[in-house]
Design a protein around this ligand. Structure first.
Ligand code: NAD
Length: 320
């Protein structure tokens, strides 16, 4: 990606850097010439996601819910891309304490340690789940929030800490509300996997994907390259972004039935999905207004949904 030369040689910490999104950030930062440190406890992430870069980065195997690990991680860094979390709504319904530790405790530890290091900017991953089930579409950042799951509450708390640490300590913390990110290296095999890698993997083997609900649930599926771009642009933006929350999405609404149709089209197949009961804590519709991100960080949709899906097929070696 072009336009990020000022990040060359900068010391940048990626928390959760062995995860899906974190590992893409690491890869792009290395291309730019940044000095990258990763902290990850490998709970949901995988070492193999960063293995090919292990000699180019500094890797701390540790859990940010321990303050000493947070302190060690932020030492001498200038910027932080904070991705660490145990993600997923159903996981949080099963184990809310783990979700809270990995998101809320870890974030407060990180911010407190970063405050003492005088970090230039922290960009952190929040989630569209903070909007909950409010019927108004598209979702705008200043809307009433109604988190429906322990995961969403934790993300809401995380971004609120970002605003509060920005205002009371003068730190620069930006929260990006990601909308259903997809791309290579996303685990397709767990019961908690995101829908796109899971469906693609099944349909490649001519198996029927299961849709929870009637399939008219919609999501603003966002290709990973858009998310990487948004993180880097947030790091370098000269506008007043501290304490802000920004939607990162495509601004397109795709139903699960349409998703199955598109995957079939790319693969030249005609697999019909199966339908199961709807899931607790899931929101029905999701669509982002992305004007604020365009304005404050010059955000661009580099890949719309269809282009992203096509690129995902081309790049995802794990599925082949
Ligand atoms: P992921 O599970 O692949 O990555 C998260 C990483 O954080 C993993 O490598 C995990 O091992 C690490 N981690 C978890 N708890 C930790 C702790 N206490 N200390 C250190 N490391 C820890 O998930 P992802 O999809 O890459 O998500 C990255 C971030 O984006 C998360 O904060 C998630 O909540 C957020 N997000 C993701 C999506 C999405 O669609 N993937 C949507 C909205 C928000």
């Amino acid at each position: 990606m072009k336009g990020f030369e000022e990040l060359k040689n900068k010391r940048i910490l990626v928390t959760g850097g062995a995860g899906f999104i974190g590992s893409h950030l690491v890869e792009e930062l290395l291309k730019i010439g940044a000095k990258v440190r990763v902290v990850d406890n490998l709970s949901t992430g995988k070492f193999k996601n960063i293995e090919s870069h292990i000699n180019e980065i500094e890797f701390i195997l540790g859990d940010l819910s321990e303050y000493e690990i947070a302190e060690q991680s932020v030492k001498d860094v200038e910027y932080i891309l904070h991705q660490a979390a145990v993600p997923s709504v159903p996981r949080s319904v099963k184990d809310p304490l783990r979700t809270n530790r990995s998101i809320v405790t870890s974030t407060v530890n990180l911010f407190e340690a970063a405050r003492k290091e005088k970090i230039k900017r922290i960009v952190q991953a929040s989630s569209s789940s903070v909007y909950g089930n409010s019927p108004t579409l598209p979702k705008k950042e200043d809307m009433y929030l109604n988190p429906l799951s322990p995961y969403a509450v934790a993300k809401y708390t995380q971004e609120t800490y970002g605003r509060v640490f920005s205002s009371i300590y003068g730190m620069s913390i930006v929260s990006l509300r990601y909308f259903n990110v997809f791309g290579s290296r996303q685990d397709p095999n767990s019961e908690y996997s995101a829908v796109i890698p899971k469906f693609v993997k099944l349909m490649m083997k001519d198996k029927k994907p299961t849709i929870y609900g009637d399939g008219e649930t919609t999501r603003d599926f966002t290709y990973i390259k858009n998310v990487v771009g948004a993180n880097l642009k947030s790091l370098v933006s000269r506008k007043k972004v501290s304490g802000e929350f920004l939607n990162v999405a495509c601004g397109e609404r795709i139903s699960l039935n349409e998703l199955v149709l598109e995957i079939n089209k790319i693969m030249g197949k005609n697999i019909k999905p199966e339908y199961g009961p709807g899931r607790v804590g899931d929101v029905k519709h999701s669509l982002a207004d992305i004007e604020k991100a365009k304005d404050l960080i010059d955000y661009e949709v580099l890949f719309n949904f269809k282009a992203g899906l096509k690129s995902f097929f081309d790049s995802e070696t794990d599925l082949k």
